[in-house]
Design a protein around this ligand. Structure first.
Ligand code: NAD
Length: 345
């Protein structure tokens, strides 16, 4: 049987590069598309080239303007993973129009390329838990390791949508378009509402990618700022587990098509900000300098995914233990220290 060809849009970013590496190791034909706007993405691409040589294609494009290039690429693939995004809530507040153009309009461009193609490849879209907003109707309680829900283990897909922040709105609009294109146009699409993903090749910054940002700051001996009280909690998912799931989704798209799934580490992989700092300090054997500042817009006090639906439909569950995942991030950050010094001055 011919190996499948996949297009990864936003393929040089954190999740994209890990997904490309995973799929190349499983003999897929891989095409990456990215505008390389994210600091670190060009370095990720260099790393993948060193590892895999010419065995994948890279096309520089911007999903907001290069619709013609998208049309050409979409026409030759079996599957599209769409990860290209403006990813920071903070930046979306500073420039909502740009955020909308990339996240909402850019996604519509991807959908239209697929709708107008002959082959109509499947589409997996990475959405976000931010589409659920702050869920103020749910009681939360403090625990020894951050906030938890009073009467729930995690949030399932029935939770009401309540887009919060321009980022929440633009990703939420895209999330609904992707779902609707399955319903109205019969495309094979699936939406993954992802919680916090962490792992190697994540060039985390203060605005986004906090687990990596803490590890990088610690390696550089830089102080970090904790926005809020530090008890905010997230279920975290190691990127390798996510890549395994992405590939399962591709093989089982007829089962998943038209559906939306909450994807994260689930209740057993939930950490508070302060708890994460404590674990990193133990792994690094040193103290991380931190100070506190006000809560940021759209920051949920707690978000924990209920991953029961994807477990039921695909039999997938996260398997990476948090400390093992954090150690991998720390080792990668140590190896990449010189690059961070250049990036962060
Ligand atoms: N990392 C997480 O914790 C997390 C959580 C929830 C959802 N997500 C979603 O997963 C996806 C990937 O996230 P990531 O962490 O890998 O982010 P990332 O910033 O590392 O990767 C995104 C990539 O998209 C590229 N890009 C940005 N704008 C583009 C444009 N206009 N045209 C083409 N390429 C463009 C960037 O250069 C970058 O390489 C995003 O859609 C994000 O919203 C991520």
């Amino acid at each position: 049987m011919k190996n499948k060809t996949v297009l990864i849009i936003g393929g040089a970013g954190f999740i994209g590069i890990n997904n490309a590496d995973y799929l190349l190791s499983r003999k897929y034909n891989v095409i990456l598309a990215d505008n390389l706007s994210r600091n670190g993405s060009a370095l990720n691409l260099e790393w993948l080239r060193k590892k895999w040589g010419e065995s994948f294609e890279f096309i520089k494009l911007d999903i907001t303007v290069d619709k013609d290039k998208l049309d050409v690429l979409v026409a030759k693939v079996d599957a599209v993973y769409h990860f290209a995004s403006q990813i920071a809530v903070t930046i979306s507040v500073l420039n909502p129009m740009h955020d909308f153009m990339v996240n909402a309009m850019g996604t519509l461009n991807v959908l239209e390329s697929i709708r107008n193609s002959q082959n109509k490849p499947m589409l997996l879209f990475s959405s976000t838990n931010k589409v659920y907003g702050s869920m103020e109707n749910l009681g939360i309680k403090p625990t020894g390791d951050g906030y938890r829900y009073e009467s729930l283990q995690g949030i399932n897909e029935i939770q009401l949508l309540d887009f919060h922040s321009p980022y929440g709105c633009s990703k939420g609009a895209a999330d609904q378009y992707v779902r609707d294109y399955a319903r109205v146009f019969g495309l094979k699409t699936v939406v993954f509402r992802q919680s916090c993903i962490y792992g190697t090749h994540q060039f985390g910054v203060e605005d986004q990618g906090w687990v990596a940002w803490f590890a990088i700051s610690a390696i550089l001996d830089r102080p970090i700022t904790i926005y809020g009280d530090g008890h905010q909690s997230r279920d975290v998912l190691f990127v390798d587990d996510l890549c395994e799931l992405y590939e399962m989704a591709l093989r089982n798209i007829s089962k998943l098509s038209g559906k939306t799934y909450n994807i994260g580490g689930g209740p057993i992989n939930t950490l508070s900000v302060l708890g994460t700092i404590g674990r990193l300090e133990r792994i690094l054997g040193k103290k991380i300098q931190a100070s506190f500042s006000d809560w940021r817009v759209g920051d949920q006090k707690v978000f924990i995914s209920d991953v029961g639906l994807i477990a039921k439909d695909l039999g997938w569950r996260p398997t990476t233990n948090i400390d093992d995942g954090l150690k991998k991030v720390v080792n990668w950050a140590k190896k990449t220290k010189v690059i961070f010094e250049k990036l962060h001055g």
